[in-house]
Write a protein that binds this ligand. Sequence first.
Ligand SMILES: Cc1cc2nc3c(=O)[nH]c(=O)nc-3n(C[C@H](O)[C@H](O)[C@H](O)COP(=O)(O)O)c2cc1C
Length: 142
Amino acid sequence: MDIWTLEKWIKSRRSIRKWKKDEVSDALLKKAIELATWAPNGGNYQGWYFVVVKNKEVIRKMADTVQSAADRIASWPEARSWEEDVKRYQKNASFYRDAPACIGVFISEYRSVMDKVLLVREAADPMASRIMRFRRTAPTAI
Ligand SMILES: Cc1cc2nc3c(=O)[nH]c(=O)nc-3n(C[C@H](O)[C@H](O)[C@H](O)COP(=O)(O)O)c2cc1C
């Protein structure tokens, strides 16, 4: 594949929030997950887990649970300062409700060797503590 084709593929990818009713085959789901596991990852740790949900009732319950948490947060007085953003989030919170399949992506706990050193030292050393603060905003596991 040439770079121009690759560019076209990358730039034409979009987040889709509407689905056809068609069932997604297990073969296609497995292929999507297999391809995802080719992603680069910290220390080649590969601490990911994928859970496929095709049961419509379970997907509906997942959507209800997330939507009710989003609605609850939106009702709090603290949300008023970001009213428009909160409303937008609330509208999309359970966008996968009618999807024919969902893939949940989970990550197990992971500490890089630097995290291990910093965690032991952070209480006693402001610099270690500062570095750890930055690392917590973008954990290595992710
Ligand atoms: C880590 C991550 C989390 C996201 N979370 C949500 C989400 O909670 N709800 C949603 O509707 N879209 C979510 N998105 C999709 C983004 O809104 C979307 O990628 C972005 O608006 C760019 O649009 P595009 O993907 O169509 O290019 C997420 C994307 C990423 C990478």
